[in-house]
Design a protein around this ligand. Structure first.
Ligand code: GLC
Length: 429
């Protein structure tokens, strides 16, 4: 099987694909497990793709895909002028995140188009929201609002920038490539020093000429050097693997379903609520049931879910997307105990049927398919089960012997089918 075939197969059957595992590493640069605890507890975050491209409405790759001349795109940026101020815009995003039960948010501070959403003196040709268009510092408003609300603050940053011919031909145009690199180092330094505590640095686009893997481009970016600089200012900040450095957690990108066992390292699924990352007026959204099932499938395998929305040019989250987030939050309002602060286990997931999380002496069995679950026995465990009950405290009959544990769920009320049924097992000790 070729590499490509193997990759397609992984995607089709939904095993998480972790492209960052071959990233560069150095002892002491990655955080220890203790420093990841808050993030593992948090489970669910909001990803926000918003910028000049949101006003165009053809996704965040518009500049490149539609082959804009640099001056034309700059004109669009100059005319990009949302009517509300930065505080109002970011507070709409964080309201939506909190209504969804999300504990962290990652804002795109600068995408591949090069437009920085903060007052960046390192920006090549002053291509920033502070000097053009709205004349606002959105990163300042976002980080301030996160700090005020106790939402962990994450920033997405793309080292590469389509405005540099050296990105497309780094060997042939080394001066331009170096200028782009200089911008990245300067901007990472600004993001890590000017906005208080940053909890997550989320890179994307650490590759070159849209080819190869992030690690292949390390000769230019020197990701260990770049991230040492970042760590120097933000020693406890989680760093994702997309700069060519292995990072503190791994990413599985895209909306494919996840299957397989508990992943033995920290990981995050990042996916969008719609088909694109940034706003396109025609896009529709996943339903809250799909989001909830995805979240459960991720956490029973030890991961986090970073769910993306693309606000429109005015910074508004489309109302249908906001409704999905609210409904997801309602489910979490009832079932949060089985999600936040838990770890995957004690049972290995059975694809499409169930999996579990645990906290202290409680095991939460997340049942995705009640019909199929009825014919199963949970594997034997040393832990003696003292009680089993549903979320609303209703007892669940169970038997435990050397073959395992059988749960007998009460009949499901026909009018109130649950997306996922969670059974709490209270164990001894
Ligand atoms: C992909 C897309 C990029 C998007 C990112 C989010 O790399 O190309 O546009 O921002 O995924 O993870």
């Amino acid at each position: 099987m070729s590499m490509e075939e193997a990759e397609t197969q992984t995607v089709r059957c939904g095993l998480p694909a972790f492209g960052g595992l071959d990233g560069l590493d150095e002892p002491g640069l990655r955080l220890g497990e203790d420093d990841l605890a808050w993030w593992r507890d948090a489970k669910f975050g909001l990803f926000i793709h918003w910028g000049v491209y949101s006003g165009i409405g053809r996704g965040e790759w518009a500049y490149h895909n539609d082959k804009y001349a640099e001056e034309d795109y700059r004109n669009i940026a100059e005319n990009f002028s949302p009517s509300r101020n930065a505080e109002a815009i970011v507070s709409g995003w964080l309201d939506a995140a909190q209504a969804a039960g999300m504990k962290y948010a990652v804002m795109v501070a600068r995408h591949h188009d090069g437009f920085a959403l903060w007052d960046s003196s390192a920006s090549y040709k002053n291509f920033t929201s502070a000097k053009l268009g709205p004349r606002m510092d959105y990163v300042a408003a976002f980080t301030r609002a996160c700090h005020e609300r106790n939402v962990y603050a994450g920033l997405y940053y793309s080292p590469m920038d389509w405005r540099f011919p050296g990105y497309f031909d780094p060997q042939g145009k080394p001066e331009s490539a170096l200028l782009m690199k200089q911008q990245a180092y300067g901007q990472i330094e600004e993001l890590c020093t000017n906005y208080g505590k940053i909890d997550i640095l989320w890179y994307d686009g650490g590759w070159l000429a849209h080819k190869g893997r992030d690690a292949d481009a390390a000769w230019l970016w020197e990701p260990l050097k770049l991230n040492k600089l970042a760590r120097c200012y933000q020693p406890k900040m989680l760093i994702n693997p997309r700069s060519g450095f292995k990072g503190d957690f791994q990413c599985d990108e895209g909306g494919h379903e996840v299957i397989g066992g508990i992943v033995p390292f920290a990981w995050e699924k990042n996916m969008s609520l719609s088909a694109a990352w940034a706003y396109r007026p025609e896009d529709t959204f996943l339903s809250s049931s799909q989001v909830i099932r995805m979240l459960v499938n991720v956490i029973i395998r030890g991961g986090n879910l970073l769910l993306n929305i693309g606000p429109d040019g005015e910074g508004h989250i489309p109302s249908a997307a906001a409704a999905v987030l609210r409904e997801t939050g309602e489910w979490l309002g009832e079932n949060g105990e089985a999600v936040y602060g838990t770890r995957a286990g004690i049972y290995e997931p059975v694809d499409g049927i169930y999996g579990s999380t645990c906290k202290g002496s409680t095991v939460y069995v997340h049942i995705l398919d009640r019909g199929a679950f009825a014919n199963l026995i949970l594997p034997p465990t040393e832990k003696r089960i003292l009680a089993a009950r549903t979320l609303n405290g209703e007892g669940v009959a169970f038997t435990q012997d050397k073959n395992g544990v059988r749960l007998e769920l009460p009949p499901e009320p026909g009018d109130k089918k649950q997306v996922v049924t969670v059974v709490h097992l209270i164990t001894e000790g």
